[in-house]
Design a protein around this ligand. Structure first.
Ligand code: OOB
Length: 542
């Protein structure tokens, strides 16, 4: 089994400990502490369920004993694919308590992605819910099991059919293992990067707890706060910025919202007196529009976090009037660095910037194509390292060589500028992915899928500005003879077992691609040319 590690050079690790960023806490340790301090306060609400801190801890410990009863051993990986339900927390904290390593898949992922995670992480188990949003995850689990050798267990919340129902696994009698070292990897996050299939991001207890503890502080979460998870909670943003983990750390109450629609979200905000939640820009636009005619009282909402993709200043300036709350912009990445506007920042900063880093020890470099720092206000590539930014991906030498500099900076692929006060403004990006309403789609990954179609000679996938999604995907296809047709090609990609958000939004058939002077197609240049051609010939917004 390839070793799981995330290591900062000793001098940095020492500094991060000395400065009190890394305090030696663990995921299981902090939850147990909260349960001791405030056992009877509500920790999480979802559907008909309301669990106290003591109740969440008890369920997590029971689940830990069940996972051990399956024969899983500390350090083994478990892919978790669960929607926004309280069991997300009892499963994940159960895994933490058994020293098992969750790998966080999104509910939208399908057989191609899940099998990739199982193989890449060498996972032994896969935890799902029977069904959600009209989708039967047991059908998916069958497909995954047929492909992913090494997967020993499928554990289901709800009706398990031929798999193991979590609630009916007898708890192991053996003692729970000692808590892990805080420097160990706690889980694997998924990257939304620009090349190929998603990469796995190992995060340690030390670094991740620092990021959400500090986030909870910056966002003003406390014991009386009610945090609603509206986006799929497996995403880094609703998980830790400040997210459900930040909320638990602060002793707040969590509301699991099953769908981010304005109707579902507003009903829960009214019912549970939610004070804070986070959304991607397209949802913020929808919510602002819906609020003007909504019958719900959302006056309890104090802070709306918006991030995952660029929130345009025009829209940002309308949040307070439309929703009656403070906007907090968040620009982060599953690899680490997270920036926030501060709650007491002047409106000009809140509206026009994507915030500044969490930590005084977040090192931010903005450089030109030759690696030279640019002046404030000038756009450049964002590189970063710090106390919660990873130094390497899991088991991926090629990606590591591309994504990290020799002195340990992560190349974010984002083009940003910095204001005189140290706030970042996102201006674009260097890498080729489509940021579709906050979901990152790798152009290369979709091109690979399209090329598998017998009627496709060549394919180039590009991002096109979209007034609602921010960006959408457009695939330019050179057919091999007769065109396979748009609908058939979309159905083909869908049939390859990918998240729905990866199916090209648009498909355009062309006769040829321009080639560069030497006759070789540079994919980056080609994508740029196609994007420009498209924007010249098709009116914006279509
Ligand atoms: C969040 O994480 P990821 O890993 O899904 O995506 C990271 C990328 C960034 O590199 C950037 O390209 C884009 O998403 N992004 C933004 C943004 N926030 C993220 N681009 C413009 N403006 C923003 N406010 O998306 C994520 C993780 C933690 C907190 C928030 C978002």
């Amino acid at each position: 089994m390839s070793e799981l590690k995330q290591v900062w050079p000793e001098k940095y690790a020492l500094r991060y400990r000395e400065k009190g960023y890394w305090r030696g806490e663990t995921m299981s340790g902090f939850l147990a502490q909260r349960a001791r301090e405030t056992p009877d306060r509500i920790a999480v609400i979802g559907g008909e369920q309301r669990w106290t801190y003591a109740g969440l801890l008890e369920r997590a410990n029971e689940n830990a004993a069940r996972f051990l009863a399956l024969g899983l051993r500390p350090g083994e990986r478990v892919v978790v694919q669960l929607p926004n339900i309280p069991e997300f927390l009892s499963v994940v904290f159960g895994l933490f308590r058994a020293n098992l390593i969750p790998v966080f898949a999104l509910p939208a992922h399908r057989v191609t992605e899940i099998s990739h995670f199982v193989e890449k992480a060498q996972a032994s188990a896969y935890v799902i819910t029977a069904g959600d949003g009209g989708f039967d995850y047991r059908v998916l689990a069958r497909e995954v099991r047929a492909r992913a050798i090494g997967l020993r267990h499928v554990v289901v919340i709800g009706d398990a059919e031929e798999f193991r129902a979590l609630d009916y696994i007898p708890c192991s009698e053996q003692a729970l293992p000692p808590l892990p070292s805080p420097a160990e990897v706690a889980f694997l996050q998924i990257s939304g990067g620009s090349t190929g299939l998603p990469k796995l991001i190992p995060r340690t207890h030390d670094d991740y707890i620092y990021s959400f503890r500090a986030s909870a502080d910056i966002c003003g979460l406390g014991k009386d706060s009610v945090f609603m998870a509206a986006l799929p909670v497996a995403h880094n943003f609703p998980m830790s910025s400040p997210g459900v983990f930040g909320a638990l750390y602060a002793g707040s109450r969590i509301v699991m919202c099953p769908s981010p629609s304005a109707e579902a979200a507003f009903a829960l905000i009214e019912q549970e007196r939610v004070t804070m939640t986070g959304v991607v820009p397209p949802l913020a636009l929808l919510w602002m529009q819906a609020a003007s005619t909504s019958k719900y009282d959302i006056s309890s909402l104090e802070v709306l976090l918006v991030g995952g993709a660029k929130f345009m200043p025009e829209a940002a300036s309308r949040v307070r009037a439309a929703l009656g709350c403070t906007l907090q912009q968040v620009f982060g990445m599953a690899e680490g660095l997270v920036n926030y506007t501060r709650l007491d920042d002047p409106d000009d900063i809140i509206v026009n910037t994507q915030g500044r880093p969490i930590s005084p020890d977040d090192e931010v470099l903005i450089v030109d194509d030759y690696g030279n720092p640019v002046a404030d206000g000038e756009p450049g590539q964002l590189l970063t390292r710090g106390p919660y930014t990873i130094r390497s991906y899991h088991n991926d030498d090629a990606a590591n060589a591309r994504a990290f500099t020799e002195d340990g900076y992560y190349r974010t692929g984002d083009i940003v500028s910095r204001t005189g006060e140290g706030y970042l403004v996102v201006r674009g990006r260097a890498g080729d992915h489509i940021n579709r309403a906050g979901e990152k789609v790798s152009a290369e990954e979709i091109e690979d899928q399209l090329l598998a179609h017998p009627g496709v000679f060549d394919a180039a996938v590009v991002s096109i500005p979209d007034p609602y999604l921010g960006e959408r995907s457009c695939a330019f296809i050179i057919p091999k003879g007769e065109s396979p047709g748009v609908a058939a090609l979309k159905a083909f990609v869908r049939g390859r077992g990918l998240a729905e958000f990866k199916v090209p939004d648009q498909i355009v058939f062309v006769g040829a691609f321009q080639t560069t002077a030497v006759g070789k197609v540079n994919r980056k240049v080609l994508r740029q040319q196609l994007r420009e051609q498209f924007l010249k010939t098709v009116p914006r917004g279509l």
